[in-house]
Design a protein around this ligand. Structure first.
Ligand SMILES: NC(=O)c1ccc[n+]([C@@H]2O[C@H](COP(=O)([O-])OP(=O)(O)OC[C@H]3O[C@@H](n4cnc5c(N)ncnc54)[C@H](OP(=O)(O)O)[C@@H]3O)[C@@H](O)[C@H]2O)c1
Length: 276
């Protein structure tokens, strides 16, 4: 990323906080980051945390930035984009982190022919452990793509998809995915309590097991299937549990759940795009 690039955030909430923290930790000067929000108290909080230039007026921010990150809730995105319509330079890159809103709707609200990258981050971004799916519309240059990669990489891993509908699949997998693992952790802890463990101990065992398994899956040269085979001795305890999962259709259950998330993402995109 060029040192001269100025990045503006519209919406100073949780995700803006996470990305700004990541950028600063990656050596981006606070002079090159600006932020606007309609909520005065969050703006003064961010100002005191990061010592950034802050604005109550989104348009004023937009005229001063090369990249604008739309970090408001999806329901207010249409309003924000319409405000920006006449304030953007021809080379401004727009990055939307708003869940579900499609690039052609954002482009229409912004007046057309704008370089837009739509992204789907996930909550571990708050701990710099996120994974983000990115899609670029036809107006985004290679240089702008690498700029978007650099920005989102500051909160974890970033991966590009070629088709925008694949962002609905990303939503179903990694966007909603942290909640699936939380459900698994919760269920395992509850089952541990049912087997007689103290609640706190069961919770710790469950969380630490998820963390350890995730770290092993991340660093091991073996596939997750091989890792699973390695800990499943014939006729042992793990095999008994895995067979019980499989007998009850675990894989089908996961597949149906993700299909439901995918379908809902597509429905939401239509609802949010029609909110004119
Ligand atoms: N949090 C996540 O895990 C996550 C993951 C993936 C994607 N996202 C997406 O990231 C976006 C931001 O999420 P978040 O959790 O950071 O939301 P958030 O904490 O609610 O932050 C949004 C901020 O935007 C402000 N705002 C509202 N209307 C505005 C306007 N017209 N102009 C400027 N600012 C305005 C809000 O102020 P008020 O509070 O006063 O309304 C709030 O401070 C969402 O679109 C969400 O879909 C979030």
């Amino acid at each position: 990323m060029k040192n001269s690039t100025t990045i503006g955030f519209i919406g100073a909430g949780n995700m803006a906080y996470a990305i700004i923290t990541g950028l600063i930790n990656n050596g981006i000067s606070t002079e090159k980051i600006k932020i606007s929000d309609t909520n005065e108290s969050i703006l003064s909080l961010r100002k005191s945390e990061f010592n950034l230039e802050v604005f109550m007026d989104n348009v004023e921010l937009a005229t001063r930035c090369d990249v604008i990150i739309l970090a408001v809730k999806p329901q207010v995105l249409s309003l924000v984009c319409r405000q920006l319509k006449d304030a953007l330079n021809t080379n401004t890159l727009i990055i939307s982190i708003a869940a579900g809103v499609r690039t052609h709707d954002i482009d229409r609200w912004l007046g057309g022919n704008k370089a837009i990258v739509r992204t789907m981050p996930n909550t571990p971004a708050l701990l710099n452990q996120g994974v983000t799916g990115l899609f670029a519309n036809e107006f985004v240059s290679e240089t702008q793509k690498s700029l978007a990669t650099d920005i989102l990489k500051s909160v974890g891993t970033s991966l590009w998809v070629e088709e925008e509908t694949m962002l609905d699949a990303v939503t179903a997998l990694s966007g909603s995915g942290p909640a699936y693992f939380f459900l698994m952790i919760e269920s395992m802890a509850k089952a541990g309590v049912a087997l007689g463990l103290d609640e706190k101990i069961a919770q710790q065992l469950s969380v630490q097991t998820a963390l350890g398994a995730g770290m092993m899956a991340n660093i091991s040269k073996d596939s997750v299937r091989e890792l699973r085979a390695n800990v499943t001795s014939p006729n042992g305890t793990t095999q008994a549990a895995i067979e019980s999962f499989q007998d009850q259709g675990f894989e089908t259950m996961v597949s149906h759940a993700m299909r439901a998330a995918y379908d809902r993402a597509a429905e939401l995109a239509i609802e949010l795009g029609d909110s004119d």
